[in-house]
Ligand binder design. Structure first.
Ligand SMILES: Nc1ncnc2c1ncn2[C@@H]1O[C@H](COP(=O)(O)OP(=O)(O)OP(=O)(O)O)[C@@H](O)[C@H]1O
Ligand SMILES: [Mg+2]
Length: 367
């Protein structure tokens, strides 16, 4: 079904990773997941292939014996694996579909800290595949997307591809993080690449044929949602049109509890598992109540809830609750919520104190 140029069946997905080495590997300062001192080179795809058993790699027993063609461990351009990261099945399915259909551009939309950046990062970590993360900002120019002439010691100028162009030429995935920070005029520079056209570098006249395995990911908060951050841009229809879209919401309670348990366990090596699980599930309950109230904050009784509780804040809360468990004269659950929930107003924190009381009562960290 997917045997055209850009697409392959799941079980027989196979990519030719043996690319010719090009002299003068680019030395662009680019942070990559595994090792920030690595720089993007023309041979980042020149790494042994490996079959990735999905059920083990993604910890999803329900998917059966499915295998994907990825890379053997050790590619320095593949992100570092977070063993505590949990793949929810529906999100995995969207990522997989995008991957096996051979599409070029996927936009991931979700509330702050719902898990947009990390799903792309952890997908590539498990596949062993290179990922280049670019934080978008409003002053990006063609230097960021196309490249520039760089002065050499001998007084000449040498053309150097931008990381985006280098990935376009040699393969790999580019994550355009916080896509709606990007000025729409700058975003249109990427239109041809997002669609897989052969592009010409205006400064050199060179024609660049896209690598068959280049993929673009963009993350953004919902533009019309309550968490849309002021000052962010709406991209024009032509840019938006080029993406497959997926939404990322906070994890279901049982999976988020697992994430919180793992976060607590980084510090608490001693408590019984049931204690840690109960603590985690209590905090997840409160977080989900906060999210509900935030989403209905037009109601007078929810007016104080001006932001949701992200997974990031939730895990920090859980860890701080453990850290303050023996602090004298304070309730560790309430005290640590104040420390963890940065950006929440005093009024909201007071409302959350009452919510904690109503939702989980006077429970405290019992170690
Ligand atoms: N499924 C998950 N399993 C484990 N941890 C998760 C999961 N989803 C999110 N997290 C954790 O929550 C935090 C926020 O995730 P991430 O950075 O992906 O969110 P984001 O949506 O990109 O946030 P922002 O809008 O702030 O950029 C990270 O520390 C991440 O490890
Ligand atoms: Mg992010």
């Amino acid at each position: 079904m997917f045997n055209s140029d850009n697409s392959v069946p799941v079980r027989s997905m196979s990519v030719n990773f043996k690319l010719p080495k090009v002299a003068g590997a680019m030395a662009l300062g680019l942070a990559v997941g595994a090792n920030a001192t690595q720089t993007l080179t023309s041979n980042h795809m020149d790494h042994p292939e490996a079959k990735i058993a999905v059920s083990t790699a993604f910890n999803l027993p329900d998917v059966g014996g499915m295998e994907l063609a990825g890379m053997a461990p050790g590619n320095p351009f593949a992100p570092k694996l977070n063993p505590d990261y949990v793949f929810a099945l529906d999100r995995f399915r969207d990522m997989l579909t995008f991957w096996v259909m051979g599409y070029r551009a996927l936009k991931i939309i979700g509330d702050p800290a719902a898990g947009k950046t990390s799903i792309v990062e952890q997908w590539h970590a498990r596949m062993g595949m290179p990922l280049f993360i670019i934080g978008c900002h409003e002053n990006m120019t063609e230097t960021d997307f196309i490249g520039q002439f760089v002065p050499q010691a001998n007084g000449t100028l040498k053309w150097v591809d931008s990381p985006v162009m280098s990935a376009y030429r040699h393969g790999g995935s580019v994550l355009l993080d916080e896509w709606n920070n990007l000025n729409p005029n700058a975003a249109t520079m990427l239109n041809a690449m997002l669609e897989g056209y052969t592009v010409t570098i205006p400064q050199t006249g060179e024609v660049v044929v896209p690598h068959p395995k280049v993929r673009f990911y963009a993350t953004q908060n919902p533009i019309d949602g309550k968490t849309a951050v002021q000052g962010r841009y709406v991209q024009d229809a032509a840019s938006d049109d080029r993406f497959m879209e997926m939404e990322v919401d906070y994890l279901p309670a049982d999976l988020e509890t697992k994430v919180v348990v793992a976060a607590i366990r980084k510090f608490d090596k001693k408590s019984e598992q049931s204690v840690v699980e109960t603590t985690a599930s209590n905090l997840v309950k409160v977080a989900n109540e906060i999210r509900k109230k935030f989403r209905a904050n037009e109601l007078v009784e929810n007016a104080a809830y001006h932001k949701p509780m992200s997974t990031r804040v939730l895990t920090r809360w859980a860890q701080l609750q453990y850290a303050y468990r023996n602090a004298k004269g304070v309730d560790p659950t309430i005290y640590s919520m104040h420390k963890a929930f940065s950006g929440a107003s005093a009024e909201m924190k007071t409302a959350v104190e009452q919510l904690i009381e109503r939702t989980i009562g006077n429970t405290t960290y019992a170690s």
